[in-house]
Design a protein. Structure first.
Length: 317
């Protein structure tokens, strides 16, 4: 019987195949002769205690248009799929949380779900960095405007961001003399009803916000540095940043060694660390990207390496 892979993701017709890491994983599975099943969160359901899903088998073509064809459709128990990738993009809202509960039932019945559903709930991509304070810049998490004011007075130049965003959405740079600081804090905190994060501004951002990919706790030897465009603080590609490759520095490898084993222990088998200068700023666990860019720059097969590692884990189960 052919190996099977299920990928829970956003609508496949909406992706950018030249940049999409989920697409890279599906292509890698297809090259290996696996049957690839495409699922959306709305396809999952629970019948009594049994997790089920509507799923579509797909054939993929690595091109900018008509990149997939649906070969067939089935409704099956989720545990029929020995390997399931949870690749739904944020927002990490309650619907996302509910989906992890359904996937956890499949995991209990024998499927290898990556990343581990419980760890997806536990490891907020902003907050989880603070489990590794030795790697992080000065950081504050609060709802209170007065806490942020004190932090700003101490550091003079800070970054403010929501805890649940992606792609640089809702990220502000604030200086002591910024006339908009109060309204920014009110907006991010919902007038004191939502937690947000403040970090000391890192001027090394001009050299790029490096994305370091980890497979089963071990780093890919190259990072993708996202360089902010002129007049911009955010390096995110979604915010107009440009990409350059970097060989991992000694400090990058040290950060990966500090974080990677704990992620692997938690079943977070594919993650993306964001590093600015010498500091860890985020740990991306929901749907880390940059596979296709690094593959193109360095002749890698990151998705293939990931699947080989996951296949060994799957077989061990």
């Amino acid at each position: 019987m052919k190996p099977e892979l299920g990928v829970v993701m956003d609508p496949i017709g909406s992706i950018k195949p030249a940049k999409d890491s989920s697409f890279a994983m599906m292509l890698a599975a297809q090259r290996r002769g696996w049957t690839v099943w495409y699922l959306e969160v709305g396809d999952l359901y629970l019948r009594d205690e049994r997790p089920m899903a509507r799923m579509r088998s797909v054939a993929l073509d690595d091109r900018p248009a008509d990149w997939y064809r649906v070969l067939g459709e089935a409704t099956r128990p989720l545990e029929d799929l020995p390997l399931i990738l949870m690749r739904k993009d944020p927002p990490f809202d309650m619907e996302y949380v509910y989906a992890t509960y359904l996937l956890e039932q499949a995991q209990r019945r024998g499927s290898l779900v990556v990343n581990d559903p419980r760890s997806l709930r536990d490891a907020n991509e902003k907050l989880f960095t603070l489990w590794f304070p030795q790697c992080c810049p000065p950081t504050l998490v609060t709802r209170r405007a007065q806490d942020i004011s004190a932090f700003l007075a101490e550091h003079g130049d800070i970054i403010l961001k929501p805890l649940g965003g992606m792609g640089g959405e809702g990220v502000f740079r604030v200086r002591r003399d910024d006339p908009n600081v109060n309204v920014i804090v009110e907006t991010l905190s919902g007038r004191g009803t939502r937690f947000c994060m403040a970090q000391r501004f890192l001027p090394e951002i001009v050299e790029g916000d490096k994305r370091i990919l980890l497979i089963d706790g071990e780093p890919v030897p190259y990072a993708l540095a996202r360089i902010p465009k002129a007049g911009e603080t955010r390096g995110n590609l979604a915010a107009g940043g440009r990409a350059e490759g970097r060989v991992l520095s000694e400090r990058d490898r040290w950060i990966a060694a500090e974080v990677g084993p704990d992620l692997a222990r938690r079943g977070i088998l594919f993650a993306g660390l964001d590093v600015i200068g010498d500091y860890l700023t985020e740990i991306n666990v929901t749907s880390p990207t940059c596979i296709r860019e690094l593959d193109a720059l360095y002749g890698l097969d990151i998705a293939g390496d990931l699947l080989e590692r996951l296949a060994r884990r799957r077989d061990a189960r």
